[in-house]
Write a protein that binds this ligand. Structure first.
Ligand code: C2E
Ligand code: CA
Ligand code: CA
Length: 514
C-alpha cells in the first residue's frame, strides 16, 4: 500500500539520521541549482534542482502521514516498527501546552491484550511480526498530523493533531476505528492470529495537556482490568482511585509491618457431613482511614510496592498461627488454604520457604493447601512455576486448582501437577439451582474430576438452594457466603462452635436406642 511504503521510506530516511532539521537544509539546494545553472554547469544544476527536492517531498509526505515533525535530538525511533518512542508523545503534548490554551488535543494509549504471552503462544518471530503489522495498521488509520509512537512492548500511543481549543476532536470515533483495524485477523506464517486491543483515552479537563499521556496510560490499564478489548476514558473516578492507589503504595510497607494487613478466614464444609474441612485465608487491610479493604482494592498496590513476597509471608504466618491456635483449643480444623500470585510462584525458593515455615510451626504440610489459579496452571511451560508446584507436591502440601473453569488448564496439567482438588469457579455456581445450563456445566466438571480422581469444592455458594443442588450433584465441598462470609480470626471460634451446634445430629428423644 502506497501510504505504508511512503511511511517506511520516510522512516528509513530518518533512521539514517536525515532528521527533519538536517534534511530541511536541502531546501537551499534549488537556489544552489539556479546559481550553478547561471554558471552554466547543467548536470549539477539538474541533480540539485530535481533529485534533492524530490527526496524532500517524500520525507515531508511521510512525516505528515505518520506524525508531526519531532526533533531528532529528543526522540528516538523504535527499530522494530519504525515509529518514534514515547518522548515523541510528550513533545507533541508540550507543543500544544505551549500554545497557552489556543490549541487542544487528546491522547490515546493502544495496547495489544496479552502481548506478554504472544511469544509463548506464537513464537518470538511471529510476535515481532504481529507488532510490526499492528504498527503499520495503526499508521494507516490515523490522520495527517496525529503523532503515533511505540511506547513499550505491545503498547502504542497517539497524540491527536492539535485543534483550536473551542473545537476539540471526538477521540472516541478514532479509538473505535483503531480498535477495528488493529483487531482484524492477522495472517502470519500460515496461521491466523487474532488479537484484541484495549484503548485508553484522555482529554483535557481533569488533566492538564502535559498529563494526558499519563491519563491515557491509566485508562488503558483500567480498560484491560475491567474488560479486555474495551475502550475506556480517563475520568474523575479513575483519578481519585489513582491518587488513592498512590497513597496505598506508600502505606503498604507500614501496613504489612504493623499487622494492618492480615488474614481473614472463610470456612469450607463437606456437603455430606456438614463438617468443616478447612478455612481459606483471605487478605484484608484494616486501613486507619479507609476502613476494611478487600484484596481487589489493594493487591495492585502491594504488587506496585514490590511487596508480594512479604504479603505471602504475612498470610502464611497468620494462617499457620491460626491453625496452631485452633489446635491448642482442640478444635480439630483439618486444613488451612493460602493463595499465591503468579509472581510469587515464580520465586524459585517459594516451596522450600513454605516448607521451612511449616516445620518451624511443627505443622504437617498435608494440613496446608496451596491454591493455584487455573490460569497459572495453564502456563505449562514456565519452569519456575512448574518447579514450585512440583516441589509443593513433593513436600506433601495439598494443591487446589482455584477458579476452575476460567483458565484452560489441560487435563494433562491437572495430572502432572498432582492437584488434589478443583475449586469450581463462582461463575458456574451462581443460580445453579434454577439454571439447567449451570447444572450441566457443573455436572460435566464433577464427572471430569471423578475420572481424574480429584476432589471438588464449589466456590461462591450463596443460597441453601445452590448448596443442596451441589450436594445432590456430588460436589464434595462448598464455600461461600451461604456458609459464612470471610471473618477475622477472633470470630472463628464462635462461628465454629455455632456451626457445630447447628449441624450436630438431633438427639433421638423418646426412642429406645439401646
Ligand atoms: P479467591 O481466591 O477466588 O477467593 C474467593 C473470593 O470470593 C474472596 O474474595 C471471597 O471473599 C469471595 N467470596 C467467597 N464466597 C463468596 C460468595 O458466596 N459470593 C461472593 N460474591 N463472593 C464470595 P476476596 O477476599 O475479595 O479475594 C479476592 C481474591 O483476591 C481472591 O480470590 C484471591 O485470588 C485474591 N487473594 C486474597 N487473598 C490473597 C492473598 O493473600 N494473596 C494473594 N496472592 N491473593 C489473594
Ligand atoms: Ca483462592
Ligand atoms: Ca477462587
Amino acid at each position: 500500500m502506497l501510504r505504508t511504503q511512503i511511511a517506511r521510506l520516510s522512516t528509513t530516511l530518518r533512521r539514517y539520521n536525515l532528521s527533519p532539521h538536517r534534511i530541511e537544509i536541502l531546501a537551499l539546494f534549488p537556489i544552489l541549482a539556479i546559481a550553478t545553472a547561471a554558471l552554466s554547469n547543467r548536470s549539477v544544476a539538474e541533480l540539485t534542482g530535481i533529485v534533492l527536492p524530490a527526496l524532500l517531498i517524500v520525507d515531508a509526505i511521510g512525516r505528515a502521514m505518520t506524525r508531526r515533525p519531532v526533533p531528532g535530538e529528543i526522540t528516538s525511533v523504535d527499530a522494530m516498527t519504525g515509529l518514534p518512542t514515547r518522548p515523541a508523545l510528550d513533545h507533541a503534548l508540550a507543543e500544544v501546552a505551549a500554545s497557552d490554551g489556543r490549541l487542544t488535543t487528546a491522547c490515546l494509549f493502544i495496547r495489544i491484550d496479552g502481548h506478554e504471552h504472544l511469544a509463548q503462544r506464537w513464537g518470538a518471530d511471529a510476535r515481532d511480526e504481529i507488532l510490526r503489522r499492528t504498527a503499520e495498521r495503526l499508521q494507516t488509520v490515523i490522520r495527517t498530523e496525529d503523532v503515533a509512537a511505540r511506547v513499550e512492548d505491545g503498547t502504542f500511543g497517539l497524540v491527536l493533531r492539535p485543534k483550536p481549543a473551542g473545537r476539540p476532536d471526538q477521540p472516541e470515533a478514532l479509538a473505535q476505528r483503531v480498535a477495528n483495524a488493529l483487531g482484524e485477523p492477522l495472517h502470519i506464517a500460515g496461521s491466523t492470529a487474532l488479537v484484541t486491543i484495549s484503548i485508553g483515552i484522555a482529554v483535557p479537563g481533569e488533566l492538564g495537556i502535559n498529563d494526558l499521556a499519563r491519563g491515557a496510560e491509566a485508562a488503558v490499564a483500567e480498560a484491560q482490568k475491567t474488560r479486555k478489548g474495551s475502550i475506556r476514558s480517563f475520568s474523575r473516578d479513575l483519578q481519585e482511585r489513582l491518587s488513592r492507589d498512590i497513597e496505598l503504595v506508600r502505606a503498604v510497607d507500614n501496613g504489612l509491618t504493623t499487622g494492618e494487613i492480615r488474614a481473614w478466614y472463610q470456612p469450607q464444609v463437606c456437603t455430606d457431613s456438614g463438617q468443616i474441612t478447612g478455612f481459606e485465608a483471605l487478605a484484608r487491610w484494616h486501613h486507619p482511614t479507609l476502613g476494611t479493604l478487600s484484596p481487589g482494592q489493594f493487591l495492585d498496590a502491594i504488587a506496585n510496592a514490590g511487596c508480594m513476597p512479604r504479603l505471602s509471608e504475612v498470610m502464611l504466618q497468620n494462617a499457620l498461627s491460626a491453625l496452631a491456635s485452633w489446635d491448642r483449643k482442640g478444635l480439630k480444623i483439618p486444613t488451612v488454604s493460602v493463595n499465591f500470585s503468579p509472581e510469587e510462584l515464580r520465586d524459585p525458593r517459594l516451596a522450600d520457604r513454605v516448607k521451612w515455615e511449616v516445620d518451624r510451626f511443627d505443622i504437617r504440610p498435608a494440613r496446608v493447601t496451596i491454591e493455584i489459579l487455573e490460569s497459572v496452571a495453564a502456563l505449562g511451560h514456565d519452569d519456575a512455576i512448574l518447579g514450585n508446584i512440583d516441589q509443593f507436591a513433593n513436600h506433601g502440601f495439598n494443591l487446589d486448582l482455584d477458579d476452575f473453569g476460567t483458565g484452560q488448564a489441560s487435563i494433562q496439567n491437572i495430572r502432572r501437577f498432582r492437584v488434589q482438588r478443583i475449586k469450581i469457579d463462582r461463575s458456574f455456581v451462581t443460580a445453579i439451582d434454577t439454571d439447567p445450563e449451570q447444572q450441566s456445566i457443573v455436572a460435566a466438571i464433577l464427572s471430569l474430576a471423578q475420572h481424574l480422581g480429584v476432589e471438588t469444592l464449589a466456590e461462591g455458594v450463596e443460597t441453601p438452594g445452590e448448596h443442596s443442588i451441589l450436594a445432590q450433584l456430588g460436589c464434595g465441598n462448598v464455600q461461600g457466603f451461604g456458609v459464612a462470609r470471610p471473618m477475622p480470626f477472633e470470630d472463628t471460634f464462635a462461628w465454629i462452635d455455632g456451626h457445630r451446634a447447628r449441624s450436630a445430629p438431633t438427639p433421638l428423644i423418646g426412642r429406645n436406642t439401646g
